[in-house]
Design a protein around this ligand. Structure first.
Ligand code: HEC
Length: 205
């Protein structure tokens, strides 16, 4: 009986000690890692001549990658020139790969409402969502590339922003693809290469 009580006590003590250790955690350790010597951003320092802990960037430092490009190139990032005028032409080199990328992103993000051809009859609209205007309306054929970029970036009326879902380079690729869709519905057959023109003519007959 006495042995049993002792065992129970020992166990209670163990629970207490382990519990206390768990609660205090790493703070009982004398070396607090989170209290090591360091400078906060822009803090003073007597170590450097200018009295600041933060060091200036070395000369000729250039930001790299997409974010660096954004920081340096406002048109790419905003779709606007001088802060408020939509840029006429996308500030990227458009080739077949960009258009294919734009098609891929468009089909994922835009076609559910705007439809695969851009008529505004996507599946979500067929199920009752507000119908967007057709990309083949003269007004939307005439707007600047920067306007499309801006609608994706900031949203428009009932349409929400895609800024968090589509990265800037892909937004421009989508603009290039929308231009391709617009062209596809307004081709001047005489301007096509001969074999394409023939193929189209035979379809029209
Ligand atoms: C959930 C449905 C939906 C999706 C997805 C969607 N849109 Fe829209 N979009 C709309 C609606 C609805 C309008 C009309 C909004 C209004 O007039 O209030 C619109 C309008 C527009 C306009 C026309 C603005 C104007 O001046 O009339 C553009 C351009 C546009 N969307 C581009 C896009 C692009 C590019 C994508 C893909 C990145 C996209 N939308 C994805 C629903 C959508």
């Amino acid at each position: 009986m006495i042995d049993w009580i002792n065992t129970k006590r020992k166990f209670s003590m163990l629970v207490l000690v382990v519990g206390a250790l768990l609660i205090t955690g790493c703070d009982v350790v004398p070396l607090h890692m989170r209290q090591q010597a360091r400078f906060d951003p822009l803090e003073k320092s007597t170590l450097f001549e200018n009295g600041m802990a933060s060091r200036p960037l070395p000369a000729n430092t250039v930001p790299r990658g997409e974010w660096g490009k954004m920081m340096m190139d406002d048109v790419f990032f905003t779709g606007k020139v001088d802060g408020d005028v939509f840029v006429q032409t996308a500030p990227i080199a458009v080739d077949a790969d960009v258009i294919r990328r734009g098609q891929d992103r468009y089909n994922v993000f835009c076609s559910p409402c705007h439809g695969y051809v851009g008529n505004g009859d996507g599946i979500v609209v067929q199920r009752g969502f507000q119908k967007p205007p057709s990309f083949h309306d003269q007004r939307l054929r005439d707007v600047e590339d920067g306007y499309y970029y801006d609608v994706m970036t900031n949203g428009f009326g009932a349409m929400y922003s895609y800024a968090s879902r589509i990265r800037p380079a892909d937004r421009w690729a989508i603009v290039a693809y929308i231009r391709t869709l617009q062209y596809s519905q307004n081709v001047v057959v005489e301007n096509l290469p001969a074999d394409n023109a023939e193929a189209v003519q035979s379809q029209l007959k």
